[in-house]
Design a protein around this ligand. Structure first.
Ligand SMILES: Cc1cc2nc3c(=O)[nH]c(=O)nc-3n(C[C@H](O)[C@H](O)[C@H](O)COP(=O)(O)OP(=O)(O)OC[C@H]3O[C@@H](n4cnc5c(N)ncnc54)[C@H](O)[C@@H]3O)c2cc1C
Length: 388
């Protein structure tokens, strides 16, 4: 057996390998681009091949069966969430049934890691998008334990994390429901922690709250809000340096630029995203506070969604129109010149960071956008033609 994992350029950081290693000899270490990568302790490795097996597994996904645009009935719940607050309803239902919910939460130092909750009063920790790659740790092992004990489990994360979990489990469990976000790509934890430390210094006090989707400036024009006891920095994402680096595709993981999971077949039961293009997709729904797009990929996903439908406002949506407004569902972002120098960026002080792009970057991005547009139209014709 061999223990050959994917190359660093293709590794998504899903951590299935570390979860699968029976001897615990795979560590995750931060490289100079600020992302975590697996490192095998060759002295202790017995070459059982379990890590390579989960890393390279092939799995068939499911084509969407139904698409809706929806938002939580309660406006306060929408404000706590990134789009329409649908995740909180789904997670709340699983908790009500005595199950466990896994998702991304802030740690004390505002780094981001996956955690497990089993009580409704802890749900707020998982709400809202954190635009940093979340550290999965050994949560897949905890999920397996919960499932073996007969507990219902909702696991949420990026499409590559859902793949990682399912690959680690290696078999299907009736009690497991997976909810993924439509993913633009995950930004570097190292770059985030440097930016965060810089803002803390600027505000001159400890940070008490971070909101990547502060809706005080609107759902479409959301801000990044970083709050201390007395001071705060709240900037629209179009102006904020960190968000411009993220949304301009400058600080994403290498594997995000060729995402294997941005495909018509999904590994999750439910896919959640922002219902961008809501005026065309669901003109009857109020956009105040945000609207989610809910893509139901399996009957299990549909059944969970239906069980919370009395607590939301919804409208039928066309998957084709949703995808035309939300290209991340099917395509990868285009890389920029700054990404190639992420190591350099991490070493420079934040004041010297810049998001200026070269003419070559702009040309590459234009070619990529045209390619993505064509790819999407072809996928809609050949893969999703009968899906609305
Ligand atoms: C990195 C990232 C990129 C995204 N890109 C897009 C996009 O291009 N287009 C789009 O329509 N939507 C995107 N989303 C999803 C969107 O921001 C909302 O999360 C989604 O619409 C669900 O919103 P909600 O209101 O139902 O629930 P919310 O309460 O906002 O969602 C919370 C859920 O997001 C998960 N989550 C939060 N942060 C992370 C993280 N760092 N890693 C893994 N899971 C996380 C939590 O586990 C929880 O399940 C992205 C989310 C993330 C985290």
């Amino acid at each position: 057996m061999h223990n050959k994992l994917k190359s660093a350029a293709d590794c998504t950081g899903c951590m299935a390998c570390a979860n699968a290693c029976p001897l615990g000899c795979i560590d995750f270490v931060q490289k100079t681009d600020g992302f975590l990568y697996p490192q095998i302790d060759e002295e202790r490795c017995v070459h059982c091949g379990k890590c390579a097996e989960v890393c390279h597994r092939r799995m068939a996904g499911s084509l969407p069966i139904q698409t809706v645009a929806a938002h939580h009935r309660e406006p306060e719940r929408r404000l706590e969430a990134s789009s329409g607050g649908i995740f909180s309803l789904l997670a709340g239902e699983i908790l009500k049934r005595g199950g466990a919910v896994y998702g991304a939460a802030f740690a004390e130092d505002f780094s981001v890691a996956h955690c497990r909750i089993d009580r409704a009063e802890h749900l707020s920790r998982l709400l809202g998008s954190k635009y940093v790659q979340s550290h999965v740790g050994y949560t897949y092992r905890e999920v397996k334990k919960d499932l073996k004990e007969g507990r219902a489990v909702l696991f949420s994360g990026t499409p590559c994390q859902i793949f990682g979990l399912k690959s680690f489990l290696g078999e299907t469990y009736e009690g497991l429901i997976c909810v993924e976000v439509i993913c633009h790509g995950v930004p570097s934890p190292g770059i985030w922690s440097k930016y965060f430390a810089d803002v803390r210094e600027e505000l001159g006090e400890e940070i008490t709250r971070v909101n990547f989707r502060d809706k005080s400036t609107g759902w479409h024009n959301f801000s990044l809000g970083i709050y201390g006891q007395t001071q705060s920095k709240v900037e629209p994402s179009s102006k904020n340096l960190y968000m411009r680096l993220f949304l301009g595709n400058h600080i994403l993981r290498s594997s995000c630029y060729r995402c294997e999971y941005a495909t018509a077949e999904r590994n999750a039961d439910i896919t959640l995203g922002d219902c961008w293009g809501n005026e065309a997709i669901c003109p009857t729904l109020s956009a105040e506070g945000g609207i989610s797009v809910v893509i139901l990929n399996t009957e299990k996903g549909r059944s969970l969604y239906e069980s919370v439908s009395d607590r939301l406002c919804a409208a039928k949506a066309s998957l084709k129109t949703v995808i035309r407004y939300n290209k991340s569902f099917l395509t990868s972002p285009s890389a920029s010149g700054i990404r190639a120098d992420l190591e350099g960026l991490a070493e420079r002080p934040v004041a010297a960071w810049s998001v200026t792009t070269t003419r070559k970057d702009r040309l590459t991005s234009l070619i990529r956008r045209v390619y993505n547009k064509l790819y999407i139209e072809l996928a809609l014709i050949f893969r999703l033609n009968k899906k609305g």
